[in-house]
Design a protein around this ligand. Structure first.
Ligand code: GRF
Length: 212
């Protein structure tokens, strides 16, 4: 018997390199149902379309407020019957209605070691604070910004002479490794939310090296 495929809808706002990493991973049991954006000119949309993936954009500037945009986005997303909505560089703050609708099947990647540095400019802020390590976090999304149960984190060193761009590039390489793995874990049903914590049934998950 063929296992049922899980539909993944990926939301992006720009380059889409994390989305690309997930697509190229060709995760067993996962179908990339659509790549959607709030920016019609997002470079990642063109790349996804070239791969034959359905794409669409809703320009947030066409909507009177955040609630109206999120309503329209939910309608668009729901047309693809998503099992997972993946925020991969989607630069929008979401309404609580949006978060509630996809609770337990909404995952975000954030370029810091949460709970440190939620929000924007994470790499510069890590440098300004003199952090010796930085990294990324993949987490389930709740209504509170960048604060949901953590699925995975990747750590990189901060090197002498780093600027925000150099640090961002080092972190991004880890994002590209970690995100497809987290999606594969979700698709395989290995992730279990237990309060604030996520239990991962993949045996190697607990023993993964922290420093990349
Ligand atoms: C990534 O660093 C992601 O963590 C952050 O924005 C960046 C998006 O990059 N939210 P890309 O669009 O995936 O290339």
């Amino acid at each position: 018997m063929r296992p049922t495929m899980k539909n993944i809808v990926i939301l992006i706002s720009g380059r889409g390199s994390n989305m690309q990493a997930v697509v190229e991973a060709a995760i067993p049991g996962a179908r990339i149902a659509a790549v959607l954006s709030n920016r019609p000119d997002a470079a990642g949309l063109a790349w996804a379309a070239e791969q034959g993936i359905p794409t669409a954009a809703l320009n947030h500037r066409d909507y009177p407020d955040r609630a109206a945009f999120d309503q329209a986005m939910m309608q668009l997303i729901d047309g693809y019957a998503p099992d997972l909505v993946l925020l991969a560089g989607f630069m929008r703050i979401l309404t609580s209605e949006f978060c509630a609708r996809y609770a337990g099947r909404l995952i975000n990647i954030h370029p810091s070691l949460l709970p440190a540095f939620p929000g924007l400019h994470t790499h510069q802020r890590a440098l300004d604070e003199g952090c010796r390590v930085a990294g990324c976090t993949i987490h389930f999304v709740t209504a509170e910004l960048d604060n949901g149960p953590i699925i995975a984190q990747g750590v990189v060193p901060v090197l002498d002479g780093d600027n925000a761009d150099a640090l961002a590039a080092r972190v991004l390489a880890v994002e590209h490794r970690l995100l497809p793995q987290a999606v594969a874990d979700f698709v395989a049903g290995r992730l279990h939310i237990e309060g604030k914590r996520v239990r991962n049934q993949r045996p190697a998950a607990a023993a993964e090296p922290l420093l990349a």
